[in-house]
Design a protein around this ligand. Sequence first.
Ligand code: HEM
Length: 465
Amino acid sequence: MPASTPAKDLPRITARDGIGGAFAFKRDQLGFLAGGIERHGDLFRFRPFGIPMVMVNHPDHIRHILVDKGEQYDKDAAIFKVVRPVLRKGLIANADMDLWRRQRRMMAPHFTPRTVAAFARNMTDEAVAMLERWERRGHATGGERPTGGELLDVTDEIGQLALRIVNRSLFSADVGASAQAFERAFGVANSVLGAFFRFPFPPLGVPTPSHRRLHRAIADMDDFVSAFIRKRVAEDVPTGEETDLLTLLLHTVDEEDGKGMDLEQLHHEVLNICIGAYETTTNTLSWAFYLLARHPEAEERLHEEVDRVLAGRVPEFTDLPRLTYTRMVIDEALRIYSPAYQFMRRARQDDEIAGYRIPAGSNMLINSYFLHRHPEFWKDPERFDPENFTPERIAQRPKHAYIPFGSGHRICIGKHFALTELTLVLAAVARGHRLVMPEGAPEVRPEALITLHPKGGIHLRLERR
Ligand code: HEM
């Protein structure tokens, strides 16, 4: 047998590349990574502020890390260390595999497609109530009452909608006006930690003005969650017909060790779900409205489908299989502006990918902003084209060329919830309204925080169709 070729060292961004070093990463993370891809391709290493990172931008290598060797790559990685002061022991950033497995096992039954179907009504009720609020506040123009509607802060409005939906569905909680306080607090955490990820100095324990703002924001998010957990604990609702996720988490015991969840863990899980569910769905819908406002031909096809399938009705869960173009619009918005655009795994032991050495301890950076624009798998990747998601085109691509919800055992637990919500809310709005670009409005750029956020938010005008 021929001796196998020894693994090579990964190409590394060096001063000679003209891409810049750690400070270029701090200044413009996306620009820095784009430079790295241009110079070195789909797999290269760099070391911002001494942290060993490996950029992974090929579907085969991403499948290797997330699926084929998923157990060898954990979440004890730089980006999860940065967000852990907020997310703590909850599912999203948990690196303790035994604890994670136990928690995921307990929570997964509440997130199956069948369970999610029961929440569809909440989703559309809340969307209809939002449209009524917009109408009452005089935002809508056209139709029978052509008033000069004020611009809608779409990101803020949809943020409140997303929080109401997730809290009502999973925790039977009416978060009312406190949704805005949560949004503000999350915005602070996203921006302070986004900057800290790019430049991790001084440590978060040092009370700089921005770190103090972060700690206040964490306390505000904790208060938001504690308010309804405290109420539920006091009520002591038994499990039964109307069991929601909160009651279940309070009462469930693990099938293997027979133990329940303590209140601290419960708090962290509820907060993780609020955070995991809120900004991601908000951004996807906001970008979807923005993209539709800029692409009238796609908007026309969406309206044609919604009119044909719904004939004026509010959408229902059973309409989903026929709302195919609506779903394609969502899938394409998730491609171009993937909200959870960067995540990481730490190599627990030495490995080899495509003939390159991956030393233990490497922080494997997966960035779907670039993956979803990879020229080998996407034609004209900057163009908004829902046709990218016809069954034929999907079949032509490797599965891991598109991973807005991640993949493998840590795949988003809320994927079905999110896709149901996004498709139903988009159809519910498109049924009677459209969101249009104000004249002369500048292009909205994505901002690379911990999540990919529309810089300055998305502001559109509401018209009745
Ligand atoms: C458009 C909407 C959403 C997007 C794009 C999204 C994206 C993601 C991604 C990429 C991950 C995996 C990260 C990794 O592998 O490191 C993830 C995990 C997670 N998401 Fe979502 N998510 C969305 C909606 C939701 C919703 C609605 C919920 C809850 C109701 C949720 C809760 C979670 C949780 C708890 C995890 C951690 C799962 C685990 O590690 O076991 N997400 N999400």
